[in-house]
Design a protein around this ligand. Structure first.
Ligand code: GUN
Length: 300
C-alpha cells in the first residue's frame, strides 16, 4: 500500500489581515501626529439585507480598528433611485470623504450599473467603476476589487510561486472571478499564471479542476469543490461565505465555504479556511484601498 503524506499549510487570513491592519494603523497614527486629516470611508446601505448588515458592520468596525473614519447613510428598502443618486453626488463633492462604498445587492428599483458609474472613480474603493476596471485590465495601478486584492495580498504574504502555473477560477462575477482571472494572468509578481475561467456553462469542470495548480472557488455553493476535483499539492483558495443550517449551533446556522475543506485539505499544499481566510482579507484590502484613495486625493 502506498501512503502519500501531503504537508498542507493554512493560508491564514487572521495572520495576514492583522499584518495589513497593523501597517495601516501605524501609517494613520503618523498622519494624526503630523496634524493631518485622517482617511474617511463613507458607506451607503439600502434596505434590510441581513448579510449586507453584517458586512457593513464589520467594515465599519475594522475602519475604527486602524483609525480610518467611517460614516454610514441608510435608506429604506423602497427608496427611489434619485434619492440614492443625490446622496452619492453629495459624497462625490465632499472633500472630507476619500472612499465611497455602496453595499450590494441593491433593491430591484435601483440600477446597480447606474450607481457604479456615478461614483467618482477617484473615490471608488470597491474598484467597480468601468474606468477602474479598464485600468486593471491594462495593468495601470488602480483600485482592485477587495476580494481579489485580498487574495493577491495573501499570495504575496506566503510568497507563493504562481509563475507559469495553471490557475482555474470558478466564477466570472465582476466582483471576484473576472478581476481575479486578470490579476493571476498579468505579468507581475504573484501573476504570470495560465488562467482558465470556469462558470455555470462549463463542460467537464472536474477534468479542468484536476489540471489546476491553483483553484479559486468563487461560485457561492457550499462544499462544491470536493477532494476528487483537486490535484495533489494544488493550492486552494475558497471565496465562499455560505450560510447553512446547523442544528449543533446556537444560532441555528454556520458559515461554510465553496470547498469541502477536510477532503481538500487532505490533498492540497495550501488552503484558505472559512471562516478565517479570504473574508478577512477582503476587509483588509478595502481598508488599504481607502488609505490609497486618501493618499492620491491628498496630492491635489
Ligand atoms: N456585496 C458583496 N460583496 C461586495 C463588495 O465587495 N462591495 C460591495 N459594495 N458590495 C458587495
Amino acid at each position: 500500500m502506498l501512503i502519500i503524506f501531503v504537508s498542507m499549510e493554512l493560508l491564514d487570513g487572521k495572520i495576514v489581515s492583522q499584518a495589513v491592519k497593523e501597517d495601516l494603523t501605524l501609517k494613520i497614527m503618523e498622519l494624526q501626529k503630523s496634524g493631518n486629516r485622517i482617511p474617511h470611508l463613507a458607506a451607503i446601505l439600502i434596505g434590510e439585507n441581513g448579510a449586507s448588515e453584517t458586512y457593513i458592520a464589520s467594515k465599519i468596525k475594522n475602519c475604527a480598528e486602524v483609525g480610518i473614519k467611517s460614516s454610514i447613510v441608510r435608506f429604506e428598502e423602497n427608496s427611489s433611485e434619485s434619492t440614492v443618486i443625490e446622496a452619492i453626488t453629495k459624497m462625490n463633492n465632499d472633500d472630507d470623504i476619500d472612499g465611497i462604498l455602496v453595499q450590494f445587492p441593491l433593491p430591484q428599483q435601483i440600477d446597480e450599473q447606474k450607481i457604479i458609474n456615478l461614483i467618482n472613480p477617484a473615490k471608488d474603493v470597491d474598484g467597480f467603476h468601468p474606468i477602474n476596471t479598464g485600468k486593471l485590465i491594462q495593468g495601470i495601478p488602480t483600485f482592485i476589487p477587495a476580494t481579489p486584492y485580498g487574495i493577491m495580498l495573501m499570495l504575496e504574504h506566503y510568497n507563493i510561486n504562481t509563475s507559469g502555473k495553471h490557475a482555474v477560477v470558478i466564477g466570472r462575477s465582476n466582483i471576484v472571478g473576472r478581476p481575479m482571472s486578470i490579476l493571476l494572468s498579468q505579468n507581475s509578481p504573484y501573476g504570470n499564471c495560465t488562467v482558465t475561467v470556469c462558470h455555470s456553462r462549463t463542460i467537464n469542470l472536474k477534468e479542468i479542476c484536476l489540471q489546476a495548480d491553483i483553484i479559486v472557488a468563487a461560485l457561492g455553493q457550499p462544499g462544491f469543490l470536493t477532494g476528487d476535483m483537486i490535484k495533489e499539492n494544488a493550492i486552494v483558495i475558497d471565496v465562499g461565505i455560505n450560510k447553512v443550517k446547523d442544528e449543533q449551533k446556537k444560532s441555528g446556522f454556520s458559515i461554510r465555504g465553496d470547498v469541502a475543506f477536510d477532503e481538500a485539505a487532505a490533498k492540497c499544499s495550501y488552503i484558505t479556511p472559512v471562516p478565517g481566510g479570504v473574508g478577512l482579507m477582503t476587509i483588509a484590502a478595502l481598508l488599504k484601498n481607502t488609505y490609497n484613495a486618501y493618499l492620491q486625493r491628498k496630492q491635489f
